[in-house]
Design a protein around this ligand. Structure first.
Ligand code: NOJ
Length: 762
């Protein structure tokens, strides 16, 4: 019944994007639009063209280092002079209408502004952070979340989101792990595609769709030592095989824009990187949308030390294919002189302007620049019941059950005295996550509220325990952790003693993750470990509810605590969704999109690593093999891992053939049976290994997955088809192709388990 309701919600919201029969692919050319662009460009001066390449933040909201001595009058004048093509961080139907009016009424050509915002996992109705959504392994769920975010932001005047972030992240120290879909290019590509479709719908001109932006191109997630903005150094094959696939999926989905990255790649800043932007993106992939820089990343070419001044930075960036300068003031200050002296061809400027205007036309801004700013729609749609229901459904599906010994979960609703403990359990703010757009502070359903909503207040005892954070916290403020003040510990212990079961919320404040929030220590911070151990010494029936935006080091917990739920930062409806899982209204079905390490020293840790020349050894003696002497190589929880309240049995793995020709395929079938007592969903995962290649190939690679529902006792056959597409990679010949030879194949419940078979590509 619940699932049927969910499908109805999904359907209604998804269908609402198809209010036009026009199926034009965003970013691509259309004759009528191209001719309107020709007409407009013929009227534009060089200054006005360069103006289109310039983007400023509003002065009332900052998502980067604040600019100096600049006020709204300055912005107005720039718009009036035709020197600003786009703004970020202007939100709300009223404000967006006002700035748009400046552009339409006061500038010579009345070219509409493109208004952008970081709508990452919801606009005001918050959905789970993207990493959590990826744990659903359900592209429809992810698409739904992006769809609702688009409906709300479009109603409040926005045209463009800086999402999805599709950076592969293999290092849990990096704060932005929360913003992407984890460590795997295949899963990442599926999620990326779904998000773009969710934001953009079928028609960019509809008044409830917005342009998406694939970011950060490229390899931003490979920052050395997981430190944000740090150096990236990786080879072309890792770029092609691991980093690019989610970006390519965005292009295939018709993404309208790309954002480049702060980092260097092999010494060259991504923003000045012609290989990335001209050869790959606009060349090989024939991308016809535009590339925006990251916040002053054109200016940071100077700080990287590959340009001496603004002029050099502007020249490098525009030649490399960066079309729009976000908050850098570099293009507006330097491009004109570069063109006039002949260092930069005007055709490069024209190409960038054309790409930007194309997106403005596709959004329908030239036909009605105010169609997105609709105060009535804004009021009606934002935080609607339908959107909150969708947020709860997506949240439930994002939860991963890490451990459930002796079936402590699900909890009985009646006659159970429940101690709810922890600052995070009470928080109405942490669940909203980092990068929370226009979420209202403290507007989420806390875990405590969710449990009270489910069972009433009389059987719930809440104790906060020792404070977790100290003082003010926020997107642009560092989070301070309490390491010393034990007040509240005794009260928490007393509550644990008086209860049948303890639900203990632990993990991270949401602002410990996100941009600029890298960490060297990913274990439980502050007094949390002590709280956990002391509570457990009193009452063994502990359910830990983890709230975090990155994999954490939780060895002690994994060894001792009977039940652990990974709930990430789940958004507006977090508490209700967690309660649905705690009390068995929903049987958890999420799977980890990232490996959980045993130690931060294992970072970067990912399942699809290469073999190395010395992969084998005896942990109890041998020395000369690829290992740590003080820790296992294995993760604590592998990629793809997640339990259910029921159990599933895999059998009868069958291949239609053990040989495949280049143009042929192999059908893979497996039987999955629900052998437990609850109805449940399972993500059936297919992995392969190419045993010998022209380059060393990963020991396992995800190549297919399907989420199925089974009632107790029910079996289903799950089918996959393998073609050369699943087998190809960018090898020694510098091209994508499948290489003949032997392959292994596994189908199972996570990346470390599965039935095994093999085949040969002829
Ligand atoms: C910097 C971030 O890296 C990027 O992801 C974001 O879109 C911009 N700031 C704008 O806020």
């Amino acid at each position: 019944m619940k699932n049927i309701l969910f499908r109805i919600v999904v359907l209604t919201i998804l269908i609402s994007s198809c209010n036009s029969t026009d199926q034009k692919k965003a970013g691509s050319k259309d004759a009528e639009i191209e001719s309107r662009i020709d007409d407009l460009m013929a009227k534009m001066t060089l200054d006005e063209k360069i103006g289109q390449l310039n983007q400023y933040t509003s002065r009332w909201e900052m998502t980067g280092p604040a600019p100096e001595n600049v006020d709204s009058m300055f912005i107005y004048n720039m718009i009036k002079e035709g020197k600003l093509g786009s703004m970020l961080n202007v939100t709300g139907a009223y404000a967006t209408r006002n700035v748009q009016k400046w552009a339409i009424d006061s500038s010579r050509l009345g070219i509409p502004l493109l208004l952008a915002y970081d709508v990452i996992h919801g606009y005001r109705t918050m959905f789970p952070i993207p990493l959590a959504e990826a744990a659903s392994w359900d592209p429809e769920v992810v698409k739904l979340s992006a769809r609702v975010a688009a409906i709300e932001s479009a109603a409040s005047g926005l045209h463009w989101t800086f999402a999805p972030m599709v950076d592969i992240a293999r290092d849990a120290r990096w704060g932005r792990v929360m913003e992407g879909s984890g460590e795997d290019p295949y899963l990442g590509a599926k999620m990326a595609y779904a998000r773009v479709k969710g934001f953009q719908g079928d028609d960019l001109a509809a008044d409830n769709t917005i342009a998406a932006c694939a970011k950060h191109f490229a390899a931003y997630g490979f920052a050395e030592a997981g430190r944000d903005y740090n150096t990236v150094d990786l080879g072309e094959r890792t770029l092609q095989n691991i980093v690019f696939p989610p970006f390519k999926a965005c292009v295939d989905a018709g993404v309208a824009t790309f954002m480049n990255a702060f980092n260097v790649v092999d010494g060259i800043p991504a923003t000045a990187n012609a290989y990335l932007q001209r050869d790959i993106l606009k060349g090989d992939w024939e991308f016809e949308g535009f590339v925006v820089s990251d916040w002053n990343s054109v200016g940071e070419i100077i700080t990287h030390g590959t340009a001496a001044n603004k002029k050099e930075a502007a020249k490098l960036a525009i030649k490399a294919g960066s079309d729009m300068d976000m908050e850098g003031n570099v293009y507006i200050d330097a491009l004109k002189e570069l063109v006039e002296e002949g260092t930069v061809e005007e055709s490069l400027i024209d190409d960038a302007v054309r790409r930007i205007l194309r997106v403005k036309f596709q959004l329908g801004l030239f036909d009605d620049p105010y169609k997105y700013c609709n105060a009535e729609r804004e009021k009606e749609l934002i935080l609607s019941k339908e959107h909150l229901d969708a947020a709860r459904e997506v949240a439930k599906k994002s939860i991963v059950l890490l451990k459930n010994e002796s079936g402590l979960l699900p909890l009985a609703k009646n006659n159970t005295k429940i101690a709810v403990i922890g600052e995070l359990a009470e928080s109405k703010d942490v669940p909203l996550g980092s990068w929370r757009a226009q979420a209202i502070t403290n507007s989420g359903v806390s875990l405590l509220e969710g449990i009270q909503n489910a069972v009433g207040s009389s059987q719930v005892l809440f104790e906060k325990g020792p404070d977790y954070t100290v003082g003010e916290r926020g997107f642009a403020i560092p989070v301070y952790i309490n390491n010393t003040d034990l007040s509240g510990l005794n009260e928490a212990k007393r509550a644990a003693r008086k209860s049948d079961v303890v639900v203990l919320a632990l993990g991270e404040d949401c602002f410990q993750t996100g941009e600029g929030r890298s960490q060297t220590d990913i274990s439980l911070k502050g007094l949390q470990q002590r709280l956990l151990e002391e509570i457990y010494s009193i009452n063994k029936n502990v359910v830990v509810v983890l709230m975090n935006g990155r994999p954490l080091e939780i060895n002690w917990m994994a060894e001792h605590i009977p039940s652990v739920l990974e709930t990430w930062h789940l958004g507006s409806e977090a508490g209700n969704a967690i309660a649905d899982v705690l009390f068995g209204v929903y049987n958890p079905s999420g799977k980890l999109p990232v490996s959980f390490p045993r130690s931060v020293g294992q970072q970067p840790l990912y399942y699809n690593h290469l073999s190395t020349g010395r992969p084998f050894g005896d942990p109890n003696g041998a020395v000369f093999w690829s290992h740590y002497t003080d820790e296992s190589n294995a993760p604590l929880y592998p990629f793809g891992y997640g339990l259910s309240y029921t159990t599933f049995e895999y059998s009868d793995l069958k291949l239609s053939s053990n040989e495949m020709s280049e143009s042929g395929n192999i059908k893979v079938a497996v039987s999955v049976k629900n052998t437990g007592k609850f109805a449940g969903e399972e993500v059936v995962q297919l992995y392969i290994r190419d045993l010998v290649g022209s380059i060393s190939r990963p020991v396992k690679e995800l190549k297919g997955f399907e989420k199925i529902s089974l009632t107790p006792g029910e079996s289903k056959e799950v089918n996959f088809t393998i073609t050369t597409k699943e087998l190809e990679f960018f090898g020694a010949s510098n091209e994508w192709k499948a290489e003949p030879g032997e392959f292994k194949l596994w189908v199972g419940t996570n990346s470390a388990a599965g039935l095994e078979a093999g085949f040969v590509l002829k």
